[in-house]
Write a protein that binds this ligand. Sequence first.
Ligand code: PEP
Ligand code: MN
Length: 371
Amino acid sequence: MRVAKRARKVEGGESCAIPAEKSIVVICFDPGAGQGAVPRALAALGLDSVPDKNSRWFEPGLLTVKLDGAVSQEAQERLAKAPGVRQVAAMPAGHRLVTQPRSREEAAVRLSNGAVIGGGTLAMIAGPCSVESEKQVCEIAAMAKAAGAVALRGGAFKPRTSPYSFGGLGERGLEFLARAREKTGMPFATEALEVSQLDVVARYADMIQIGSRNMSNFPLLFKAGAQAEGKPILLKRGYASTIEEFLDAAEYVLLGRMLAGAERPNLIMCERGIRTFETATRFTLDVAAIPIVHERTHLPVVVDPSHPAGDRRYVAPLARAAVAAGADGLLIEVHTDPDRAWCDGDQSLAPDALGKLMVDLRRLAPFVGAL
Ligand code: PEP
Ligand code: MN
């Protein structure tokens, strides 16, 4: 679905101006920079060494250093020119790449079919909770496209609360998703559960989903950001995580991106409900997260109304609330036969319900474009 919304005002994030009392310097070294590169880089900052507690290696090529005091512009330039140094970022301690000012255009995610997430249009991503067969996913993809979705979703590696529940078809599921893309032209998002799955998922998928249960899997976040193909990442909020923790999780992805020399964040933040004392719904959709994440970062914000609803009757109202609060897109579970779905059928929309929701959203979107 592509519905014109009024352009959102582009605000600055937090200022990255140095001076500061403490700073963080992130140094990305060239692969094969050699042993001497680190002392030379530190010398450029006027340091002989840094205590272990003030430094951290993320990978053999990425060092973060915590410094007392500000980093001068000259020191940054010296460091950037030091042999073996590929990239440098300096920020006052407490500031983050995720809150760095950038234009909404730069932060928007562009998909292979020309769809843009975060570009001032509302993007619908729809599909089954899990891939069950080639026929199932191709039929659902065609139905979602006909309703106006711009991308498909579907799990091939499923995080399940019980070890005895269906865990997804694995790579075969990715093949079926790729087949659905071939038939419909729709790019797809699918989840990688662990670092060892990143390569295979990146090989097939257009967007890599990191699920709610993995929002605090820091090596996965970092590696997903750094993974060679630079595929967009759809990061779901941990259901027991604060918005600040959500932003810190995004920071890991962006650090990984930096190591890979990526120019664009290519990261979508997804609010999907948090656990509260309320039991009438599966989770509580935190609608306030939409404007708050928008205020603190320029990254696109997509909302999944299916998992908080837990029941298909509540999906459309939550979707409308998300759009009214400024969501850049929706991630919705749909199924051609929800009552027979292998996973999350209760919260899956049938084709007619998706069609009706799209009609409502098309009417609503032009009125709520501005934050
Ligand atoms: C999903 O989108 O299929 C999923 C498992 O969602 P979450 O990680 O938000 O529970
Ligand atoms: Mn699901």
